[in-house]
Design a protein around this ligand. Structure first.
Ligand SMILES: NC(=O)c1ccc[n+]([C@@H]2O[C@H](COP(=O)([O-])OP(=O)(O)OC[C@H]3O[C@@H](n4cnc5c(N)ncnc54)[C@H](O)[C@@H]3O)[C@@H](O)[C@H]2O)c1
Length: 399
């Protein structure tokens, strides 16, 4: 079986490795439009942006590994279409026939439109190596940075920039930071951490436009305030890469729609990672995380080879900001109750999410023990009562 994997990020690398580990001996070809072989993305907004980590540690596998494994990399090559009838991927450099095709295309950062100054030089996003190559030289001590968006990208970039000595203002349009992904209690801890490190956080105020003629020189807010800026970073979310799938007539529903095994509406085409949405108990689910990219890609690899096993996500996330580590286990979607526990240090503690009386997720800031125990409880299907979590003197007793 000739397998082509389109998109050469984390999910692609994990899928290719798993296919070989499971004994697939046929051809495997990865096609990606970036120039670099697959690399880790999480450090891009953390240690790599800070300059504490080099490219050598970012890469997922050395050049020799791909050769040894007989996996062919077509880099800096952009797919332009999928001819499903002929089972061929079309690119700007040629054609690649497949027996099975996997779409691991990821997601692309949303940008502010040109009418809002989103196109101006000095406006950056943080998603791939090229973005960092453009933004990093501008992160110079003493400069003024406005970060637009208070999700993990915006917050992590703000933390790095403060560490590098910039003056940082973060603007979140929604009533509070982390509205999409975390409870108010977690947002409170993260806001306090940032303010303690000198980040100015403005919430509940939108952006009128980024100002400037030759380059960005400030941001005008919807309440009329103007923030002068030497550079702007936008972390306003991502959109799944579905254009190729849509053009090929595949079902798309908040991502390339797959069945529980990761197969798209064409049985010869699979999808995994940020670009894929899979069935969940209440509708479809699409997860934007490296954990999902790895796990779903490995599940799809097994299913391509006939395993026939449903993909069951075990979500985990983390975020490093300043000297603090936020660890997240489970998925908090639909939570209706939250319990908090104080942590040991100044900026620390844990937030436990419940839905219909069941523990579904834990956010732990500088509290590895709460994370570890919460993760084990959730994965083991155990659910101590909210009162027990709030009152336990030793969390281990909950196990
Ligand atoms: N540590 C981690 O797990 C981690 C780190 C970085 C990125 N990521 C992932 O990368 C993806 C991109 O991250 P992100 O932070 O850009 O996305 P996000 O969707 O999590 O957050 C975007 C934020 O921008 C705000 N926003 C949107 N439009 C705005 C506007 N016009 N003005 C001001 N605020 C606006 C939103 O309200 C939201 O809070 C996400 O999937 C994220 O979870 C994860």
């Amino acid at each position: 079986m000739n397998i082509v994997i389109l998109g050469a990020g984390q999910a692609a690398a994990s899928m290719a490795a798993k296919l070989r580990a499971l004994g697939h001996q046929g051809p495997i070809t990865l096609i990606g439009d970036e120039a670099e072989p697959p690399y880790q993305r999480p450090p891009l907004s953390k240690a790599y942006l800070l300059g504490e980590m080099g490219l050598d540690r970012l890469t997922l596998r050395g050049a020799e590994w791909w050769t040894e494994q007989g996996i062919i990399l077509h880099l800096a090559e952009r797919a332009t279409g999928i001819d499903r009838a002929r089972r061929v991927v079309l690119t700007d450099k040629g054609e690649h026939p497949y027996d099975a095709l996997a779409l691991t295309l990821g997601a692309s950062p949303r940008r502010l439109p040109q009418t809002m100054g989103g196109h101006l030089p000095g406006v950056h996003v943080v998603r791939n190596l090229a973005d960092i190559a453009a933004a990093k030289p501008a992160l110079v001590a003493g400069r003024r940075l406005v970060v637009i968006g208070g999700g993990y990208i915006g917050l992590e970039a703000a933390a790095v920039a403060r560490k590098l000595g910039l003056h940082v203002t973060l603007v979140e349009a929604a009533p509070r930071i982390l509205g999409r992904v975390a409870a108010a209690q977690t947002a409170d801890m993260i806001r306090a951490l940032h303010r303690a490190h000198g980040v100015d956080i403005i919430e509940g105020v939108g952006i009128e436009r980024i100002t400037g003629t030759e380059a960005a020189d400030g941001v005008t807010l919807s309440d009329g305030r103007h923030l002068p800026a030497d550079l702007v970073i936008c972390g306003i979310g991502v959109a799944p890469e579905t254009a190729l799938a849509e053009a090929a007539g595949l079902a798309v529903d908040n991502g390339i729609a797959t069945d529980a095994q990761g197969r798209s509406s064409d049985p010869a085409i699979w999808a995994a990672g940020d670009c894929a949405s899979f069935p969940a108990s209440d509708g479809r689910m699409r997860l934007e995380s490296v954990g999902n990219a790895i796990d779903m890609a490995e599940a799809v690899a097994a299913n391509m080879l006939g395993a026939g096993a449903d993909y069951l996500p075990k979500p985990w996330f983390w975020s490093d900001q300043f000297d603090a580590k936020l660890q997240i286990a489970g998925l908090n979607a639909g939570y209706d109750q939250v319990v908090t526990r104080p942590g040991a240090g100044t900026h620390g503690g844990s937030v436990w999410y419940y839905r219909d009386g069941r523990l579904i997720a834990v956010d732990a800031l500088n509290d590895a023990r709460a994370y570890m125990i919460g993760k084990r409880l959730i994965e083991g299907g155990k659910s101590p009562s909210p009162e027990a979590v709030a009152e336990a003197t030793d969390l281990k007793a909950l196990m």
